[in-house]
Write a protein that binds this ligand. Sequence first.
Ligand code: SAM
Length: 344
Amino acid sequence: MKDLDRLYNEYKNAPELFQAGRYWKAYEDRIISQIRNADIEQLRSGKYPIFGTFGFSEQVYNYRINMPFYKKLTRQIIRKLFITNRAILPYSIKLSDIREMAYNHCLLQGQIANTTSISEFETCTFGNPEDLFEINSKKYTMQFLNYYIRFCFAQKNLQLRGDETIVELGSGSGLQVEILKKIYPNLTILCFDLPAPLFLCEQYLAKALGDKVVVKSNQTRDITDLKNIEKGKVYMFGNWNFPLLQSFKFDVFWNAASFGEMEPNIVKNYLSYIKENCQYVYLLQARKGKESSGTSGVATPIKYNDYVSMLDGFEVIEEADALDAHRKMSQSGGYFQAVWKKSN
Ligand SMILES: C[S@@+](CC[C@H](N)C(=O)[O-])C[C@H]1O[C@@H](n2cnc3c(N)ncnc32)[C@H](O)[C@@H]1O
């Protein structure tokens, strides 16, 4: 855990604008203490629901974090007694039908985006995902398919050739990076995140893509400028290293379900480092902003139109409701995904 402690110390000593906002502060300590006691080989097994807050949610049934024991038990009983009775689900649908429909949705979105088909690659199984299934001898989880759907939307608009440089802030589990790199092995990707997600993400990506591809945070910590970034690699940085991007030209900035969990001044600060330097921005966020109350959630929700104003100098080229592979993303009042292009 030395690396985690070091990351956390560096983060705590960073300026206030690089500290998590109120929404994420509520998770931070719990995630760190869970990592200390976790078996990393079980990262995706559902054994650690708190890791689902940043993308490692690969169970079939998602029980809410901190759900009281009696509620969990009731749900388990209901599941045992009734859910296996297929007739109770609409049109007598089975889990395998849902998976197949999600897979077929991916096949179609891949064709629309004119990109590599989901049938040509598969998920890494590190972390023992509970929701692992096979279609045509390839392994998937629903979450993996979800990130492929996001990629298809982005690719329709970005038309990546495969040699671009992408910066992702708030990479979470790294499953999006896994998809991007499996489709385009020559992409260069710079990931920035808070210490705890970063610590797990870099270990996952090293398994999914190989140790040689991933430059971990203990190797990036002494980087003082990005002149010598090696093409085709994935670099893992603490979010407080974001100022390194100040004069670094790249192609796409990517942020999914992350800006919405920050406060507007924090988001504006991040954007100030990238707005002059990239050609495209991909965002997937809660359309009406994340939950907010007097004491919890975000203090000031950021809505779709706020992103449009913050991205002055860019124009929206496509905006749509965000989709998972098997449904519309409907939590928090719905999500949008959109691609912005730098105006001439
Ligand atoms: C809900 S997760 C989304 C993860 C991933 N992008 C996805 O779509 O599954 C939110 C991510 O934003 C990151 N995040 C939250 N607040 C942040 C901040 N102030 N600075 C940098 N990253 C932050 C978290 O660490 C986490 O990785």
